[in-house]
Structure formats: structure tokens, C-alpha cells
Design a protein around this ligand. Structure first.
Ligand SMILES: [Zn+2]
Ligand SMILES: [Zn+2]
Length: 266
């Protein structure tokens, strides 16, 4: 059994907690150390229990609290070399024993969790998504993705829980307040997935084992939680998925954690 909570999600900061009976990890720690401690406390998990922090990419909204938490709680930090190159200066010194470098596609064992990285497309040095396995239970995380190819779909497939980016509503982004170059960046292959793209992707990766889907990294300016949920739900229902019966579909928040949720492969 593995349980997880999206502690915070969006351009103001991202952190996902995944926990088994033998390990507690964070995927990204993009808020201040104090904010992450508070979010963890809210779901009843002590930051003392952290056994590792895995980083997807070096953008501030994913690494802001990495250095502080690593130093304060003596937690090893895992990232690929190019992500280390990109974040080293902003997160401050990480002591030798807590500096863990992997090669993208490696699988790292920590307690009874196996954490596998896979390459994604985004405007950073070497961004990755992660699959976290505990026994045969699988949790997949894909955010900050400009587009998704068959390889990425392969990694996300057959998951018990899926945390997937639904960044923007395309129409809201088009008519919204962002400057042109930023709109282009978000819509590009190195930007972010729209609600529509998330819905279409989900129709290809949901399986009989899927129990819960969380929509993540929602834009504050170019999306609304209800709109993201409705758009994705409609796309899934058009493909005959029974949302709310076969699996739950939930949104995530920039400023509050989702309920700690347990998943287990039947
Ligand atoms: Zn981000
Ligand atoms: Zn990013």
C-alpha cells in the first residue's frame, strides 16, 4: 500500500508526498521549507520522516525548499546531472552524503519504494516525470510537459494513481493577460499541457487498475479548478469512462494539500 498527497501544485510551488510503511519521499519541494512542513503537518506527516527528495527539474516552483529541507532534516536529494547543474546555485549547499545523482531512466530503491524517472519535454535542462512503485502498486507523475509521446504514455500506463498536468484552458490562455511570448511558450512543445490535452492523454492511459486521477499545475490566470475538472470529465465520458465510479477525478490546489489517499493494487 502506498499513500500520497499533492501538498501544493501550480506555478507558485509544487510538492507531492508519497509514503509507504517504510519510506516517505517528496517529488519536488517548490515552496519554502516552512510551507512544506506546514502542509505535511496538515495531513499528519512529520517532516522528520522524510527519506528522500526527488526533483523533476530546476525551475523555482519545483526546488525552492529542496536545500532547506535537505539540510534541516538530513534528507538525500535525487536529480539528474543537468538538473543539479541548474539548481545548485539556488538551493544552496548540499552535503556530500545527501547529493544523489541519477541518470534519467534509472530506477532508485528507497525503503520499499522504487522510483523510476523518465524524460519529458519542457523548457528546462533535463526534465523528468516519475513512476513510484510499491510492490505492484504504481503511482505516476507527469507535470510540466509540452507534449506527450508514445514513450511517455508507456510510462504513465497502467497506474493505480495518476497525477497529471492540466495547466490551462486554451481559450482562457489565448484571451488572457499573459504577454504574447509567454503564451507562445506555454502552448509550445516545451510548455505545459492544456485541460484538453490532459483529457485526451488520460483516455489512452487509464486502465482497469486506475483508482484516482489528480489534475495538477493548474494556472491561476488561465484556468479554473471547476473548468479543468469539467473539461477532462467530459472528454473521458465521451469515451465511455465512468468518472466517479470506475475512478475518482480530483483537482489539486496551490495553497492546500489534497487528502492523504491510499492506493493498493487489487
Ligand atoms: Zn512548474
Ligand atoms: Zn517548469
Amino acid at each position: 500500500m502506498v499513500q500520497y498527497s499533492v501538498l501544493a501544485s501550480g506555478s507558485s510551488g509544487n510538492a507531492i508526498l508519497v509514503q509507504s510503511d517504510k519510506a516517505t519521499i517528496l517529488i519536488d519541494a517548490g515552496l519554502s521549507g516552512r510551507q512544506i512542513e506546514a502542509a505535511m503537518a496538515e495531513i499528519g506527516v512529520s517532516a522528520d520522516s522524510l527519506s528522500g527528495i526527488f526533483v523533476t527539474h530546476e525551475h523555482q516552483d519545483h526546488v525552492k525548499g529542496v536545500g532547506v529541507l535537505s539540510r534541516r532534516y538530513k534528507v538525500p536529494v535525487f536529480a539528474n546531472q543537468r538538473t543539479w547543474d541548474g539548481m545548485e546555485r539556488s538551493i544552496g549547499e548540499i552535503k556530500a552524503g545527501f547529493y544523489e545523482r541519477f541518470t534519467t531512466n534509472d530506477q532508485i530503491e528507497i525503503g520499499n519504494l522504487a522510483v523510476k524517472s523518465f524524460p519529458i519535454s519542457h523548457d528546462s535542462n533535463e526534465p523528468v516525470g516519475y513512476c513510484v512503485l510499491c510492490g505492484n502498486t504504481k503511482l505516476s507523475i507527469g507535470t510540466d510537459m509540452g507534449y506527450v509521446n508514445d514513450k511517455i504514455k508507456g510510462f504513465l500506463m497502467d497506474s493505480d494513481a495518476i497525477i497529471i498536468e492540466a495547466n490551462h484552458d486554451i481559450d482562457m490562455l489565448r484571451v488572457g493577460p499573459y504577454p504574447w511570448h509567454l503564451k507562445q511558450r506555454i502552448l509550445s512543445d516545451h510548455g505545459h499541457l492544456s485541460n484538453e490535452a490532459a483529457g485526451e492523454l488520460l483516455t489512452e492511459i487509464i486502465s482497469a487498475n486506475t483508482k484516482c486521477i489528480h489534475l495538477a499545475h493548474l494556472s491561476k490566470e488561465n484556468n479554473l479548478p471547476q473548468l479543468a475538472h469539467l473539461t477532462v470529465k467530459s472528454i473521458l465520458e465521451e469515451e465511455q469512462f465512468k468518472v466517479g465510479q470506475e475512478f475518482d477525478l480530483e483537482v489539486t490546489y496551490p495553497d492546500k494539500p489534497t487528502k492523504l489517499r491510499a492506493v493498493k493494487r487489487r
